[in-house]
Write a protein that binds this ligand. Sequence first.
Ligand code: HEC
Length: 504
Amino acid sequence: MLSAVLNWVEKRTGFVSMTQEFLTEDVPGGASYWYVFGSATLFAMIVQIVTGIFLTFFYAPSAATAWESTRAIYLNPWTHFLLSVHYWGASAMIALVFLHLLQVLIFGAYKSPREIQWVVGVLLLLITLVLGLTGYLLPWDMDAYFASQVSLNITGLPPGGAILQNIAQGGTVMGTNTINRFFGLHVWLMPAALVALVGAHLAIFRHNGSAGPVTDDPRKLKVGRFWPDQMFMDGAFSMIVFIIIVFLALVFPPFLDAKADPTNGAFVPYPAWYFLSLFGLLNLVPILLGNGPFAELLAAIIVPTIGLIVVLILPWLDRSTTRAFGSRKAILWPTALVVAAIVGLSIYAQIGIMAKQAAGPPSPPETEVLAAPAEAASTSGGTAAGPGVSGAAGAPANANGAKVFSTNCASCHGAQGQGSPGAFPPLADNPVVTGDPNKLIGIVLDGLHGSIVVGGSTYNGQMPPWKGTLSNGDVADVITYIRGSLGSNKASAVTEKQVAGYKP
Ligand code: HEC
């Protein structure tokens, strides 16, 4: 019965023999878990395309709607999960491309006749990084805005770069045009280029066949089968990758920061982990060479570009035909050094960011090499610190609490927490707000619905949950703010620890 159907399909399409031919690929040396990174990258790409397409159903790219629509995505558990999978899927895809590249590098599989396959692979890594960069801006929160500003300002560094920056940014300042350009790159141009180049990468792979294990006499190798041996290993590893992505998406969903506020130049941006090493380089070079336009250019453009070119032309730099580890020390040692440098620079950047964040809002401007508006603002009369921030120097948590309140709560509860009769309960002079902190934490984290009575009026609305949208620190700050600063409220502060330790 089945074979009759397959026969019928085969006669009309040729698909059955095509699939058979595809699956009966030889694997020199037999199947191995060393070869699973390429197919797992492909798998992660498919996860990204599927979740990404569905995210566009809910996302609205413009300065007035990007953050708002992202927040709506966060507030619904299903779309929040979708976004979390997309977020962790991106990390997985980039990690897997790196591992795949490293494996090919260590095994010397880039050597003739696979040079073009290698070049296409490096281009795929670049496209993946551009996808990460453009996706980072889309939520349009504080971090998205200021981290993207750093990369956009880098575009403007080299001679003639101002024009490039203007094109990427869609004008002289970041705004709706920037979101639209990044959105177009992120959902159309880069994915199209990615899929086309992956097609080419696979077609060339089929043409050359698998490089197999490291040996100088491939004729002695036994030959394994792609189906079912390698296919099983590829599938098993992709399954593990998928389980890890889903686990991380459920347990560590990303946070949405406050909406982008271009005037808050004191904000310390946090780059995605895969850009931390470049960020570290950007901080380190001016320390070694002194501040100046050349040091910036060197760290931000020259070193990364030279690195990229070296990787791209590696098959022509390394002309030896042997793949044996022992005779390739000139490649393997520098590779190990570069990997160590990337890890070291990432740790260095991470420590620097943590120190800056701990130093509080009025961060020293000289470390913010590329945050141009912050520089401009601080030289033109010190507006960077902002009157609100410097005025509340004694209670920094409350400055943030006030900010979180005005961005997230004031739209419903009123600017002074006065509420709106019948619709939104007042938070000022409200005994629930000044009462049991644990109960209050629960309301803010999990939301509230059902009938309540405040000051003699009945309310029966929906208060959205903030868990996942606001970080524990922001929740603690905003609760401290509403307990201590609205109306005649004078209740105790709430700490981040209390929020983290909340139990219903
Ligand atoms: C979309 C509108 C909306 C936003 C935004 C909002 N709330 Fe609410 N909030 C409500 C509604 C409606 C209620 C009443 C729920 C009910 O009737 O059960 C409420 C209730 C509360 C209560 C309980 C009051 C009581 O007397 O029991 C607290 C506390 C509260 N909100 C704090 C906050 C904080 C803090 C924020 C910002 C992080 C916030 N709300 C943002 C709509 C909102």
